[in-house]
Write a protein that binds this ligand. Sequence first.
Ligand SMILES: [Cu+2]
Length: 312
Amino acid sequence: MASAIISRRSFIKDAAPLAAVITVPRLGLAHTIGMRLEWQEFKQSEHYGNFINGIRAMRANSKQTNAASWRYWVNVHVNYCPHGIAYFLAWHRGYLFHFERQLRLASGDPQMVLPYWNYYKDPRIPPEFLDSAGNNPLYVQRAGTSVYNALDLSPFASTVYNFQRGTSNAFETRIESAPHNPVHNLIGNQMATMQSPLDPTFYLHHANIDRLWHAWSLPSGKGTPYTTNPYSSSSSNPYWSGSFTYAPGLSLPRYQAYTPSWLGTSSSNNTMPSSLPPQAQAQATPLKLVQAQMDNILNRPPATPFAATAGR
Ligand SMILES: [Cu+2]
């Protein structure tokens, strides 16, 4: 399988040019806010069929240097995503934003917003993803079907009031450790590797992580995700200056990932979980195994940006 992954160098060399830097309307300017729905709500919406068709079309596109292909976005993740370091949450928020724009094109549904899977409500992978019949584009082989053992309420504890990694009890560090990492590992197979976006549950998982971050950051949660609004003191807030890279020609100014509405989305549920779902839904997966699988996530290339190589 490793040979199917394009190298970082050839990815940079061959990638089709995209629409340069995306400019998102700034706070205060009129723009449409799309609603992220929980999977059960999303299934009832008019976007569900388009979502399936869009994923099918992207997966059928074998040109992995083209943003219209599913594999392209796997390569974006393999090459650029930060894990275990600063900007884990903010980079992935921008990743969902860019992927979502492509999925809208592929599905012919410009109003579609990626759904989230609230595993604090039901830790079982939704059955639509488990049906291998009929060339179901949501199906891939997985090792587990419940993420109950990944669930952790401690990121939402009152003691976790710092955002940034490196500070004491930092939210970003806590939520990455759990539930983020063990959800990947309990689902297993591709989800437990850097190629995790091969599995469509990746996008629902990360939409949920993103939702939980926003819920935590609200005044009803723990406050703002960083000490100061990047607009009010950009010069004194270096954390939100600079930009994220996703692919050659595809980036995002960091400050735009500060809050979801600046990227055009809000969520149907902005509260932090306060209890776990029934234990009866748990799948008996030893946590020891989960920890061992963590190596798959941590054995990854360094996250430093590569300089583009000169053409021959
Ligand atoms: Cu992840």
